[in-house]
Ligand binder design. Structure first.
Ligand SMILES: [Zn+2]
Ligand SMILES: [Zn+2]
Length: 263
């Protein structure tokens, strides 16, 4: 039983990852058009028709743009909490095969256990996910945490993240580039607020302060196209380079996916 994880794309203009286990193939968020998601899946040798489910964190278009097109597949199950499902449903003509969960509960889907937990962000009921597989005597647990779109990091989120083998978190903006950008003042305030997005420094402090994490691989995603750069992220995460930490760190550039991880 292996677990394969690959980020198809992650930035402020679209987020989507592919997760495969022995029993299922799922997407985590679907923030590109269904057609684009199809192309990205083909690039890694997969097909949208073989997807079993999509897990949706919140209703912003950079996380749900593909739901409309993907819902043409009648058997595709779409997992979201009720406020998120309701918000997404408003923009759709076709009915979606919703699987509504309550935030904070554990969902069982095939050979996966999925925990959802609240994150502080300006959406109806945004969540992060922890996907776990295995965990018995013969199959050691394997886990992936997907945590983007949060203005600060509550204790519960820190705990969920700490135990994951693969961690995806956002390193959204560089405060200097945000202030210098052409964006209206109100939007800058929103992004930098406690219900907005994590800055590079906030994400970096979080990782540095975490004691004894289970991480083998950390991906930094959801970089803002206008208010961040790979160089700025590298600067904030210098402590994790040069063998400074026992886990690998990859930055997801806009327009590119992540490398394939197998656990
Ligand atoms: Zn969002
Ligand atoms: Zn987002």
């Amino acid at each position: 039983m292996s677990l394969r994880f690959q980020i198809l794309g992650s930035s402020s203009s679209g987020n989507c990852a592919f997760l495969q286990t022995g029993d299922c193939r799922i997407l985590i968020d679907a923030g590109f058009s269904a057609r684009r998601i199809g192309e990205l899946l083909e690039d890694i040798g997969e097909h949208p028709e073989n997807l079993d489910a999509v897990f949706v964190t919140h209703e912003h278009s950079d996380h749900v743009a593909g739901i409309r097109g993907l819902s043409r597949q009648p058997n595709l199950e779409v997992f979201a909490n009720a406020p998120t499902a309701q918000a997404v449903r408003r923009g759709l003509k076709r009915e979606v095969n919703w699987r509504v969960f309550e935030t904070g509960t554990t969902i069982r889907f095939r050979d996966l256990e999925i925990e959802s937990f609240s994150v502080p962000h300006d959406a109806y009921d945004p969540v992060g996910f922890l996907f776990r597989q295995g965990g018995d005597l013969f199959h050691p647990e394997k886990s992936v945490a997907w945590i983007t779109d949060l203005g600060h990091v509550p204790q519960l989120v820190r705990e969920k993240a700490r135990g994951a083998h693969i961690l995806v978190l956002e390193s959204n903006h560089c405060p200097r580039l945000l202030q210098r950008s052409e964006r209206p003042w109100s939007l800058k305030q929103r992004i930098a607020s406690r219900h907005g997005h994590l800055s590079n420094e906030a994400a970096s402090d979080w990782l540095r302060e975490t004691e004894n994490p289970a991480w083998r691989q950390v991906f930094l995603g959801h970089l803002s196209n206008e208010c961040n750069s790979v160089a700025a992220v590298e600067e904030a995460f210098a402590f994790a380079r040069g063998g400074g930490v026992p886990w690998d760190l990859d930055i997801i550039e806009s327009g590119r996916g992540g490398r394939c991880c197998e656990l």
